[in-house]
Design a protein around this ligand. Structure first.
Ligand code: FE2
Ligand code: FE2
Length: 156
């Protein structure tokens, strides 16, 4: 079993960055600093959307070409999960925009509770990509193809 390939390493870095950005957002919420929470969410949202687009345009086609669709984790499943994440982002953005400072305890708890559902979905997606998509990419696709995909992502 080969080790972690270059694509897996680079994409996992984005997942680490996403977790850090969402933590910044939720810390701002806990401080009841709504403008800072909105800014942090906007940064998180941009990185997540960009990452999902990169995966759909470059990573998943490579995965499918290397045989990923013949496994029990076909590329269509990851696209469906991205759609769910995008729908959640579309819901959370306007909810944050609708918050009017100062926010009271019930408003804060309501948004954190909804974000808890989103975090569960994101964690599930992270684990599936980490344990299936990225791991299989490292073992099924040769390193040159992985490096070419990374270069394509960098050029986008
Ligand atoms: Fe990912
Ligand atoms: Fe993804």
């Amino acid at each position: 079993m080969p080790g972690e390939g270059p694509l897996q390493a680079a994409l996992m870095q984005v997942h680490v960055e996403l977790d850090a950005l969402f933590l910044v957002h939720q810390r701002a919420l806990l401080d009841r600093d709504v403008p800072r929470a909105r800014d942090a969410f906007a940064r998180f949202r941009d990185v997540l959307l960009r990452h999902a687009d990169d995966e759909e345009a470059v990573v998943l086609p490579l995965y499918a070409a290397c045989g990923g669709d013949a496994t029990d984790s076909p590329s269509a499943q990851f696209r469906l999960e991205h759609d769910k994440l995008r729908r959640f982002l579309d819901e959370l953005g306007p909810r944050l925009d609708a918050l009017t400072p100062p926010i009271d305890d019930s408003e804060l708890l309501a948004i954190l509770d909804r974000e808890g559902w989103f975090k569960n979905l994101l964690l599930h997606h992270d684990l599936r990509e980490r344990n299936a998509l990225y791991r299989l990419l490292s073992s099924l696709c040769d390193e040159a193809a992985q490096r070419a995909a990374l270069a394509r992502i960098a050029r986008r």
